[in-house]
Each structure stands twice: as structure tokens, then as C-alpha cells.
Design a protein around this ligand. Structure first.
Ligand code: AMP
Ligand code: MN
Ligand code: MN
Ligand code: MN
Length: 282
């Protein structure tokens, strides 16, 4: 199939994780904004995929089953996107369930830390924003902190709160890199490093990450994403080319007006790169 000129958006979120729209509404928005091939990639959960696929059929766009797995690598949280997964495969489902397990306890501790910093009631406040209780996370806290006026918007929240060294940050051990890749591959999917520019890794650490990622069966990296600057598009395009990785593209859309990640706005991938979809039959 010739994919030229199609808008592939292979990274976004619904209320099943920390997005603000239900899966069908995410798909409808993507279709209206010009996406031709969409993957829903909720954090650590695949429950939104059937409804999203149905909505994609209705909207006349192609749909790809996806997930974004939370990983801890050398103490840093890294996100691994799985594409073309089978959302009913048992190894993947059990694995994701184990990753979700710690979230409520972590969120209670975050609430405790924020109370000590002068912001009581944030666990309950964040829960109001969590469409899926077991997926409560930092974005839900961020939305509540904006609601109570602690910061102007979620971007500002992540400068003053919820990140290492700031109130509300709680260290958490997700799954490890090779295990996450193993689940994705067990379900027939392809593993991609999400937004590699966002982890603050030194060039040497990034090279180590990519080496371990590949030896565990990882195949690609996101190059054009709502989380990268244009300079980072060029940097990660060069890294993909030099290391022979497939490349992916996705907005990382979470909510209308939240950040600047939205459908239909990203530039295309450079033509000489090999996209993750090069061998897909859509
Ligand atoms: P969690 O999985 O609970 O640690 O939450 C991670 C989520 O928080 C990410 O997927 C983003 O949606 C959001 N997030 C993390 N850092 C930032 C940031 N600097 N700006 C905006 N959103 C962020
Ligand atoms: Mn998120
Ligand atoms: Mn991510
Ligand atoms: Mn994401």
C-alpha cells in the first residue's frame, strides 16, 4: 500500500488513561483534524481500543491498536509505545495490570506530599479527573492543581510540582525495559521509544538506552512528536538513521487546549527515514 501523503498519528490518550476525551471522541477529533491513520496509546491500559476502533470505522479512518508502557530505566521513567499489539493477549494484559497496580498507593503518597506543601485534598481532587481510577496519575493532579489556582495551566504545574525535587513528586518503580518490550512483542506488536528527547538523558546515557532497547527487541523511536522541538526532530532523525531504527510520529494529544499537542499539526517525517508503518497493510 502506498502511504504517501497520509497523516499518521500514532500516539494519543483518552479518559482510559490521562486524556480528557472518551476514546470515540478522541477518534472523531483526529478524523476531523485530518488524521488518516490513528493509534490510541493510553498509558498502561488497552481498555479503550475496541470503542476507538469502532469509532474509527464510523469516521472512515484506519485504526491501529496501541499502548504506552511506563518503564523505569536507571531510575528514570521512560515510555515505550507498542503498536499493532493484540489487546486480548494474556501476557500483555497481565503485565499491564501489574504496572497499574501501584498507582493508587503512589497517588495517595503524592497527595500526602502536596498536603505538607500546603495543598490539602489533592488526592480526592485528582480522582475527580481520573476517568479510570486505577490509572490515576500526575496529569490528573495537574488538572486539579490548575482548578484550585495553584498554577495557571498544566504546563506550569509540571515546572513547580510533581517532578523530581518539587512538591508532589514520588519516586516510583514501573516495569523494566526488557520486560515491557517482551509484553509488546508477545502480543505481536512493535516497540518504539516514546519522545526520546524528553528524558533529560546525556548523549552517553541515551546511547546506552537505545542499545539496551534494541537488544531487547525494540525497533523504533519517535522522531516527530508533540513533545519535541524542531531541533529535536532533526536530532532524532539523525539518530534513527545512524542506528537504523524505524521512526514514528504522533501528537501525544491529551486534551483540547492542554499544551500544544493536537491532531493535524505536526510536520511529516523526513522522506529518507523508514517509518514504523512501512510494512503495514491498512
Ligand atoms: P504519570 O504516568 O502519572 O507519571 O504521568 C505522566 C504524564 O504526566 C505524562 O504522560 C504526561 O501526560 C504528563 N506530564 C509529565 N511531564 C509533563 C510535562 N513536563 N508537561 C506536561 N505534562 C507532563
Ligand atoms: Mn500522559
Ligand atoms: Mn509519554
Ligand atoms: Mn503519551
Amino acid at each position: 500500500m502506498n502511504h504517501d501523503g497520509l497523516d499518521f498519528d500514532l500516539h494519543c490518550h483518552s479518559t482510559v488513561s490521562d486524556g480528557a476525551l472518551v476514546p470515540a471522541a478522541v477518534v472523531a477529533r483526529a478524523a476531523v483534524q485530518g488524521v488518516h491513520v490513528l493509534a490510541l496509546t493510553d498509558h498502561d491500559e488497552v481498555g479503550g481500543l475496541p470503542a476507538a476502533r469502532k469509532a474509527a470505522q464510523a469516521a472512515g479512518i484506519a485504526f491501529v491498536n496501541g499502548v504506552e508502557v511506563s518503564v523505569t530505566w536507571r531510575g528514570t521513567t521512560i515510555h515505550i509505545v507498542g503498536l499493532m499489539i493484540d489487546p486480548e493477549e494474556a501476557t500483555l494484559l497481565q503485565g499491564l495490570d501489574s504496572v497499574r497496580n501501584g498507582r493508587i498507593g503512589r497517588a495517595q503518597r503524592m497527595g500526602g506530599e502536596l498536603a505538607q506543601a500546603g495543598f490539602p485534598g489533592t488526592f480526592e481532587g485528582a480522582l475527580k479527573y481520573a476517568g479510570n481510577r486505577s490509572m490515576i496519575g500526575r496529569t490528573h493532579f495537574a488538572r486539579y492543581l490548575v482548578e484550585i489556582g495553584a498554577a495557571a495551566d498544566t504546563r506550569a504545574v509540571f515546572k513547580r510540582f510533581l517532578v523530581p525535587g518539587k512538591p508532589g513528586f514520588v519516586r516510583h518503580e514501573w516495569t523494566d525495559l526488557a520486560t515491557a518490550i517482551g509484553w509488546i512483542r508477545a502480543s505481536g506488536g512493535r516497540a518504539i521509544v516514546a519522545h526520546p528527547g524528553r528524558y533529560g538523558l546525556s548523549p552517553a546515557a541515551l546511547a546506552d538506552l537505545l542499545r539496551e532497547f534494541r537488544s531487547a527487541g525494540g525497533e523504533g523511536i519517535e522522531v516527530v512528536t508533540g513533545s519535541h522541538s524542531p531541533d529535536q526532530y532533526a536530532l532524532f532523525a539523525a539518530i534513527a538513521e545512524n542506528h537504523d531504527f524505524l521512526v514514528s510520529r504522533g501528537s501525544d494529544f491529551h486534551a483540547p487546549g492542554e499544551g500544544n499537542a493536537d491532531f493535524g499539526k505536526l510536520p511529516p517525517l523526513a522522506k529518507h527515514l523508514k517509518p514504523v508503518w512501512h510494512d503495514w497493510n491498512l
